[in-house]
Design a protein around this ligand. Sequence first.
Ligand code: HEC
Length: 156
Amino acid sequence: MRSTFLPLFFSFALAIFISSDVYSDTPSGLELEIERAKKPMAWDLGPEMVDISQYPPEIQADYKVFATKCGKCHTLARPLNSPYCTAEEWNNYVNKMMRKPGSGITPVEGKQIFDFLVYDSKVRKLSNPDAWNKHIDQILAAFQEKYGHAREKASQ
Ligand code: HEC
């Protein structure tokens, strides 16, 4: 009696343990990040698209990784229209995003995304600072109009 009771008890406890994990109502780390990313940011208001047709083949391959991994919680507009340009800035932000729970970005993919963002920032942002700054001013003004306050307040 004793010898059958114990294994039965443990398999019952194990079944409860497994099902509580699968059917849990507690949001996962990824779900919490997706919720957090819904807070509007000015950068979201620019285009989600970038013309990569003139970019070198390896950067086009890097773009594919970027497009799959960086559009999971917010749209690609957020990184594409953000004012960050330099290798240092992208190193910081790619690492910050990689550390988020559920981001699912390997170090190799992080490096590819970093390479794409640094190249793309040179072409679209740094090569024509006047036009780029004007673009940033426009999306900041659009954000102010839509939400009634400057973007700085949005993240408080
Ligand atoms: C797991 C969800 C998630 C993934 C995946 C993700 N992000 Fe984010 N991202 C966020 C959240 C949430 C914010 C809002 C600010 C914060 O929490 O850091 C954000 C904000 C940003 C910002 C604006 C930061 C600022 O303060 O101006 C940039 C730029 C950005 N993400 C780029 C990226 C890039 C590039 C990738 C791909 C490497 C990426 N994100 C992948 C969740 C994510």
